[in-house]
Design a protein around this ligand. Structure first.
Ligand SMILES: [Zn+2]
Length: 54
């Protein structure tokens, strides 16, 4: 399993489901108001693009 780490240290699980990822980011923004949403999204895309298909 692959995670992205927010600047606050929170880990968000990367799943191959755009809606679920979007929800996870929104949930984290609820907990961490100053989270950098663009940074998180960029990290998620990078993680997803390197994820091996098996
Ligand atoms: Zn955070």
């Amino acid at each position: 399993m692959q995670f992205v780490e927010c600047t606050c240290g929170e880990k968000i699980l990367v799943v191959p489901d755009v809606a679920a990822m979007s929800m996870a980011v929104k949930n984290h923004l609820g907990d961490h108001k100053d989270a950098d949403e663009q940074f998180l999204i960029a990290q998620i895309f990078e993680a997803a693009s390197t994820q091996t298909q098996s």
